[in-house]
Design a binder for this molecule. Sequence first.
Ligand code: SF4
Length: 228
Amino acid sequence: MSERMLLENLARLPLSVRRVYAGEGELTSAAEVYCQPRERSLGLEACEGCADYAGLVLELDGQRKYVLCHRLNPETARGLRPAVSPIARRLPVDHPSPGDRTPVSQIMTADVVCVREDLSLTALTTLLLERNVSGAPVVDADGRPIGVVSKSDLLRRDGVPGCVAEVMTPMSFVLHPEASVSQAAALMAFEGVHRLLVVSDDGKVIGLVSSLDVMRWLGRLDGYLTPA
Ligand code: SF4
């Protein structure tokens, strides 16, 4: 079998990277993949030690990494993906739209910067400026979301020292990676938010999807050249 045919027969499972800043800015990171045969998220090291591991691939745009797995061919993998419960009431539709057929995992940022509650506000300010982001998910020791923190929270604090726990919003809206882009758009519109966290079956942050991601996807769908 040629190398190309071999690659086509391997399942490509998206790899997510969670970078967590704590204390004065100490960084830990975790790379995870959702293993369908075991029905749970695993660290990349566990996957690399598996007899079915066939390597990592980087998408052409360099934005996403995938684990190649021998255990599942692409068709089987699709069939095994867990179902997603509906997030909002919806009127019946005759034909699923492209937004219904596209999972948020295809448009989300899979390399997410997260923070812990004890991160100092000085370190948070530096992090948001360096990364050029307007906010970050706040996670517990296992990477599960417990809230969000944004530049507006910092502005309200007006330079008074402290830590993330004192300014964060202790609530976040989450989706499963198999939720559709339409569901993400509906949830953002309903809740009046611009960002949703994408979590694995065991509740850990594996991605982030923003209203801008949805707009870029929509523009590309209609043939417009939009930045990745
Ligand atoms: S390589 Fe092994 S651990 Fe990794 S996804 Fe495939 S079956 Fe699961």
